[in-house]
Design a protein around this ligand. Structure first.
Ligand code: GDP
Length: 400
């Protein structure tokens, strides 16, 4: 059952920043990205006051209602505890599966980690390779979720040994890709190792999942999985979901293996910032300094029927507040921030300020487009952006 958090509690974790993780889910089409996001949201632990009215009246109903909601928000903020400590996990929407417009790469820029979902029967497919390569190129650290393990029992009727072999083959393939596409100094550190806990086996649809350390701690093994699916009685599968909930398995792994924004920005900014690294802006981003000039990258623009255009993105430096004056690098225009909000579950709640390292939703940036870089207007002459700047010379039209 989710624990209810207030926006003050969420904001205070966001200010700490060692308690923040920014992640996305990437997958080949149909491998279970949507189902996995929905399950994480259903167990999110952050319920917006917008739905809390009903939630307080009838907890269970609210959770079931949330479960029925497919995540369409630009970002969903989740709450999870490990060893008694609370964390905010921003799950940022990455568009579609294969996308040639560069939108995938754009959204990868605001993530520090990714959950790579692979269907256990289909294994690594072309789009798995494409998105994994793209994320490694952006220095986004992967963890692996081998999904649809139920199919190995129900459809392929594998025994425990054969199941383990099939799963190990997938891990090997993913590690081969990491070995090919990760930068030399990251290859070893980022290769996945089931015994460490950065691989989760499970079924998003049936809401169970475990890493090897979690399975050992809870006394679960593949035989339990086979038993659960060897009967038509659904109660064994539900028991598994109660013993090893998928959200616990995935979010434990995220918190342990995905770096917090302070650690991540040190090595990610040199990769994703197209501009000088030696000026005040870049230095502040490298330190994820909440007291530095504001720099933010917008990854999503959506129209809210009540609020108007909502720009969602990551604050890489400074603290964004209502009234902050920013320069839109692509639009080459100044604009003033009217409102800032955080995500509570999939809903937005107003906030006074949002510091570097976090995801913010901003109102008032009518001229921004997805991919836009915002910088503190006082620093507008320092060239730099999260996307390559294209200087297009105007064609000269001569009229005879
Ligand atoms: P996406 O295209 O990656 O977002 O995939 P979806 O989450 O939409 O899932 C694709 C299909 O796989 C849907 O029909 C899901 O119900 C199904 N699916 C998702 N997770 C599981 C699972 O754990 N086991 C099985 N058997 N099917 C699943």
């Amino acid at each position: 059952m989710p624990k209810y958090k207030t926006s003050e509690q969420v904001l205070s974790l966001m200010k700490d920043r060692t308690r923040v993780r920014n992640i996305g889910i990437i997958a080949h089409v149909d491998h279970g990205k949507t189902t996995t996001s929905d399950q994480l949201l259903a167990a999110s632990g952050i319920i917006s006051p917008k739905v809390a009215g009903e939630a307080l009246a009838l907890d269970y109903l609210s959770v079931e209602q949330q479960r029925g909601i497919t995540v369409k928000a630009a970002n969903v903020s989740l709450y999870h505890e490990v060893d008694g400590k609370g964390y905010v996990i921003n799950l940022i929407d990455t568009p579609g599966h294969v996308d040639f417009s560069g939108r995938v790469t754009r959204s990868l820029r605001v993530l520090d980690g990714s959950i790579v979902v692979v269907d256990s029967v289909e294994g690594v497919m072309t789009q798995t390779e494409t998105v994994l390569r793209q994320s490694l190129e952006e220095r986004v650290r992967p963890i692996l979720f081998i999904n649809k393990v139920d199919r190995l029992v129900k459809e392929l009727k594998l025994g425990p040994q054969e199941m383990m072999q099939k799963l190990l083959d997938i891990i090997k393939e993913v590690n081969n890709l990491i070995n090919i596409y990760a930068e030399p100094e990251l290859k070893e550190k980022w290769s996945i190792n089931p015994s460490l806990g950065n691989v989760v086996f499970g079924s998003a649809k049936d809401r169970w999942g475990f890493s090897i350390p979690m399975a050992q701690k809870k006394g679960i093994n593949m035989k339990h999985v086979i038993d659960a699916y060897s009967t038509t009685d659904k109660s064994k599968v539900n028991e598994l979901a109660a013993q090893v909930p998928i959200n616990e398995a995935l979010l434990d792994a995220v918190i342990k293996f995905v770096p917090n924004p302070i650690e991540a920005q040190k090595y990610r900014i040199p990769k994703i910032w197209k501009g000088d690294l030696d000026n005040e802006l870049a230095k502040s981003m490298l330190n994820a300094d909440p007291n530095g000039p504001v720099v933010m990258m917008i990854t999503d623009m959506k129209v809210d029927p009540h609020a108007g255009l909502v720009a969602t993105g990551r604050v890489f430096s400074g603290t964004i507040r209502p009234g902050t004056e920013v320069w839109l690098v692509n639009a080459k225009a100044p604009q003033k921030v009217l409102q800032v909000s955080i995500y509570m579950g999939q809903f937005r709640e107003l906030a006074d300020e949002i510091p570097a390292g976090n995801i913010a939703a901003v109102l008032g940036l009518e001229r921004a487009r997805s991919g836009e870089t915002l910088i503190d207007v006082r620093f507008k002459d320092l060239q730099g952006s999260f996307e390559k700047l294209h200087y297009v010379s105007e064609p000269v039209v001569t009229i005879a």
